[in-house]
Design a protein around this ligand. Structure first.
Ligand SMILES: [Zn+2]
Length: 343
């Protein structure tokens, strides 16, 4: 049985604003790469559905849902200076959430073990009450809620390696002990949240783990953080399902941020998360696309993640390794996080 699924739909290309970095070309580049490498044939196609308003309202206020629907109906506009809505964008966003829900269904019914959702718009900045940072609805947060409420899942771990902090996901689950939210991100940086002292509250105290990183972190620093903080946290939490907010804007070629991850680094990071899923939760892991704005880095990095999910060796990419420069000191911040979380 082929165990790795992917979600894609041409409707995902119908959300666009001329010159915006979060463009349909991102998904086109990924699909072209997966077709030309032959990797797509090794994957199971999982057709997306459309999420319902009830799904959206598991995370978002009905006011936000109504605002975005109305904006699309009136022909489009801007939700914040970064976040556009076109006339088809509401429909696209419903199918992006629904794509993740289809992957969840496939994973929970055993049709597939793992999935990569090639969706847009991204979701991790969308808070319960606000669309922002290119995001309308929080694809991953809604998927976690549906896993808990409809699929009998007890604990979900969300790992967010996008270079920006997943503020919307954090806010959704800040007091929820059933969801572990782990995020690495450039800091200080957009959207401003994600300091290491943000650890959750109430019953959820300790199930939010933030790793704010200085600019210039290379593959070495990233792998160190994931080995020393993320893996121990996952093994302690013992999730039944792992969701990944997979953004590739920490790549050294990315134009929007200042990190120095390599494509091979994403392969290694994905391998480590896949291994954790195998050992902790029957291999159940779903990656959902977030950011990543250099088309070459993005398409090759998604391919690298899929290679890791399929247990294949890494195919070297044209951009090569992280630049050979010294990395920043992450000792102090790692120490603070380990002490605070008892890791
Ligand atoms: Zn990002």
């Amino acid at each position: 049985m082929n165990e790795v699924g992917y979600v894609y739909d041409p409707l995902y290309l119908e959300h666009r604003s001329l010159g915006h970095p979060e463009s349909p070309e991102r998904l086109e580049a990924i699909m072209e790469r997966l077709i030309s490498s032959g990797l797509l044939e090794a994957l199971v196609s999982v057709p997306p559905k459309d999420a319902t308003s009830a799904h959206l309202e598991m995370v978002h206020s009905w006011e936000l849902v109504a605002q975005i629907r109305a904006k699309a109906d009136e022909g489009g506009g801007w939700l914040d200076p970064d976040t556009y809505v076109g006339s088809t964008s509401f429909a696209v966003a419903l199918r992006a959430v629904g794509g993740c829900l289809a992957a969840l269904e496939g994973t929970m019914t055993g049709q597939i073990k793992k999935a990569f959702c090639l969706i847009r718009p991204p979701g991790h900045h969308a808070t319960p009450n606000k669309a922002m940072g290119f995001c309308m609805f929080n694809n991953v947060a809604i998927t976690a809620k549906v896993a808990l409420s409809e699929w009998g899942v007890n604990k979900v771990a969300i790992v967010d390696f996008d270079v920006h902090h997943g503020n919307g996901t954090q806010e959704t689950f800040y007091s929820d002990p059933q969801v572990l939210f782990f995020s690495t991100h450039q800091y200080p940086f957009y959207p401003g949240t994600g300091y290491w002292a943000e650890i959750g509250e109430g019953e959820g105290r300790g199930t939010t783990i933030n790793v704010p990183l200085p600019r210039g972190c290379r593959t070495q620093e990233y792998l160190r953080v994931y080995e020393e903080v993320c893996l121990p946290a996952l093994y302690r939490f013992q999730p039944d399902l792992i969701l990944v907010s997979a953004g590739f804007d920490a790549h050294f070629a990315d134009p929007l941020a200042n990190m120095l991850m390599s494509t091979r680094g994403y392969y290694q990071l994905a391998s480590l998360l896949v291994r954790a899923a195998e050992e902790l939760c029957g291999g159940r892991i779903i990656f959902a696309l977030e950011g990543g704005y250099d088309l070459t880095a993005l398409s090759w990095s998604v391919q690298a993640c899929l290679e890791a999910m399929l247990g294949l060796p890494f195919t070297p990419d044209p951009l090569g390794e992280s630049p050979a420069v010294p990395g920043p000191d992450i000792e102090v911040v790692l120490g603070a996080i380990k002490r605070t979380h008892g890791l």
